[in-house]
Design a protein around this ligand. Sequence first.
Ligand code: HEC
Ligand code: HEC
Ligand code: HEC
Ligand code: HEC
Length: 356
Amino acid sequence: MSCLAAEQIAGDADRGRELFRSLGCVACHSVDGQGGGYAPDLAKRIGRDQTPTGMAAGMWNRGPVMWSLITKRRLVLPEPDQQQMADLYAYFYSARYFDKPGDAQRGRKIFYWKRCADCHRLPAAGASPAAWPAQWPPLPDAVALIERMWNHAGPMREAMARKRIAWPELSAQEAADLHALLRAPPESGPPAGELPLASGQPGDRLFELRGCRNCHSGPRSLRGRFSGRTIADFSVAMWNSAPEMARRASLNYGEMRQLAGLLWQQQIPEVAGKAARGRELFASKGCADCHTRTLTGAPRLAAHRLQAFVLMAALFRYGPNMHKKLAAAGKPWPRLNGNDLLDLAAHLNRNALSGR
Ligand code: HEC
Ligand code: HEC
Ligand code: HEC
Ligand code: HEC
C-alpha cells in the first residue's frame, strides 16, 4: 500500500503550458525545442514511460545545479504548488504526443490512401477559410477530429459497407496528419503537435454515465491494459474499435478528451513501495540525521510529503535550504531514484500507521 501513487493529482496541460512561461521555467528549459537552451528539454526528459515519481526523482537529483543556476542568473526562484506541478507534468507529457507534428501533406496522402476521398471532398490546397466545406468546421486538435468521426461512425460504417471499404483504422500520427490537413481555418487551435489534456477527475463519472462501464468491466476492463500511451492513442483506439462498440454513446469534444484523459491517467503505473527497504534508505541516505531531530530545523516527514507533485513543489520551496544545510555539514547531496522515493514513502507511511 502506498499513498504515494494512490491519490495522484490530475493535471491540465493547457494550464501547464501557461505556467511553463509564467513561472519562468522557459528562461532555461525548452519543450520540444522551443524555449531556453540552458537546461534539458523537459518534453524529451518526460518521455512516454516517465511517471510523475520519475520526474520528481530527476528534479531531486538535479535540483542543486538548477538552484545554483537560478541564483547565478539572478532569477526569482519559482514556487509552484502541487497542482501546478501536476499541470506542468501533463504539459511536458502531452508535448510528446506525436513522434512528429501533424503534417498536412502527409495528411493529404492518408486521405486518399485510407479512402476518405471516396466519400468526402477535400478542401482545395490553400483554400481560404470562407471557402472551406462546411463539413470541416474548426477542429482544435486531433481528438476533436476523432470525436466527429466517432459520432458519425454509424452512418459511416453503413456507407463503407455499401462501398465495400474496410474500416479505416488509424494511428495517432495519422490522426494528427489528417487533422493538420482538415483543420479549418488553419490558424485556429493550439500549435500542431501539442494536445491539451483534460483534467482526469470527472472522467470517472463519465465512464459510468456514458455506459462505457457496462461493457468495460470484468474481463473486458481497460485497466492495466496499456502503458506509455498518449491521449491521442486512446481516442484513436476508440475509433478503431468503434464497429465493435454497437451501443456506444455520442460524445462531445470535452467528453472525448475527458474519457481519453481518464484512460491515460489510469495507465500511470501504481507501484507500491517496499517499507523495509525504505527504512534502510532513510538511514543510509542520511534523511534520518536531520528529519528525526527537531533541532536541525528539519520538519518531521510524512509520507504524503513525498508524493510526486507535492515533493516537486516542496523541492522548489525547501530544497535550496536543505542543500545549504547539507553543504554546511560537509555532506554530498543524496541521490534518489523513483523506486527510492516510493520505498521511502512506504516506510514513512508505516510509521504513521504505527503511531510513531
Ligand atoms: C535558471 C535556469 C532554470 C530555471 C528557471 C528552471 N530550471 Fe529546471 N533545471 C535547470 C538545469 C540547469 C537543470 C539540469 C541540471 C543538471 O542537469 O544537473 C534543471 C533540471 C530540471 C529537472 C530535472 C530534469 C531531469 O533531467 O530529470 C526538472 C524536472 C526541472 N528542471 C523542472 C523545472 C521547472 C518545472 C521549472 C519552472 C518552475 C524549472 N525547472 C526552472 C535550470 C532551470
Ligand atoms: C464510405 C464512405 C465514407 C468513407 C470512406 C469515410 N467517410 Fe467520413 N463520413 C461518411 C458519412 C456517410 C458521414 C456521416 C455524414 C452524416 O452523418 O451526416 C461521415 C462523416 C464524417 C465526419 C463528420 C463530419 C461532420 O459533419 O462532423 C468526419 C470528420 C469524417 N467523416 C472523416 C472521415 C475520414 C478522416 C475518413 C477517412 C479516414 C472518412 N471520413 C472516410 C462517409 C465516409
Ligand atoms: C456495447 C459494449 C461497449 C461499449 C458501450 C463501449 N465499448 Fe469500448 N469496446 C468494446 C469492445 C467489444 C471493444 C473491442 C474489444 C476490446 O478491446 O475489448 C472495445 C474497445 C475499446 C477500446 C480499445 C481497446 C484497445 O485495447 O485498443 C477503447 C479505448 C474503448 N473501447 C473505450 C470505450 C469508451 C471510452 C466507452 C464509452 C464511451 C466505450 N468503450 C463503450 C465494447 C464497448
Ligand atoms: C542536513 C539536514 C537534512 C538532511 C540530511 C535531509 N534533509 Fe530534508 N530538510 C531539511 C531541512 C532543514 C528542511 C526544511 C527546509 C526549510 O524549511 O526551508 C527539509 C525539508 C525537506 C522536505 C520538505 C518538507 C515539507 O514540509 O514539505 C522534504 C520532502 C525532505 N526534506 C526530504 C528529505 C529526504 C527524503 C532526505 C533524505 C534523502 C532529506 N530530506 C535529508 C534538512 C535535511
